[in-house]
Design a protein around this ligand. Sequence first.
Ligand SMILES: C[S@@+](CC[C@H](N)C(=O)[O-])C[C@H]1O[C@@H](n2cnc3c(N)ncnc32)[C@H](O)[C@@H]1O
Length: 205
Amino acid sequence: MTNAAQFWDRIARSYARRPVQNAEAYRETLDATRAHLSPHDKVLEIGCGTGSTALILAEHVAQITATDISAEMIAIANEKSAPENVRFLQAGAEAKVEGDTPLDAVLAFNTLHILDDPEAVIGRVFQALKPGGVFISKSACLRDMNIFIRVMIRAMQMVGKAPAVSSFTSPELHAMFTRTGFEIVESRTFAGAGKLPFIVARRPA
Ligand SMILES: C[S@@+](CC[C@H](N)C(=O)[O-])C[C@H]1O[C@@H](n2cnc3c(N)ncnc32)[C@H](O)[C@@H]1O
């Protein structure tokens, strides 16, 4: 088991109890995501956590497979009542989800910055998408955050209260998408979440 899986397994139950930190930004994220989805879409979510977002978006798509590296997160997701077009699977973002490609859309919320190699995962997502398909993400750009937050994260990591993170700026994150071959069709931030760009990247048709 990876260190990331161990960390998220350990905190999964307390993560599930935590209220959404910025409800307004979450609502805006869902609205902006729905605008890019359609009822015939086959969708993959990576780093789905306890599955709440997949369950909310399910009625807008044909099928959504939501994956997470943490078995405990997936166990919590599976405890929720889900419609037939949703399935939860334990899988790292680095793994290929058999039988699901090509996809219309891939989602990754609050996840790219906790991957060891976000650009490699962006590349895998590109390959898994249909031409014209979209990768919709929202990620923390830790290198844009102030020094106090970064020191606090470091201190929390030292006592096992924060996961390993990949630190990048917003321009560096955008460059990862464009180097991979994506075109950025939307990039914005939401209320009180200025350092977490919401990015819609399209695989050219
Ligand atoms: C900050 S939580 C975000 C969960 C959810 N997307 C949300 O917005 O509430 C990050 C999630 O990514 C998962 N994760 C961490 N490393 C991962 C990896 N390499 N592959 C897939 N999921 C991973 C964790 O288990 C955790 O559930």
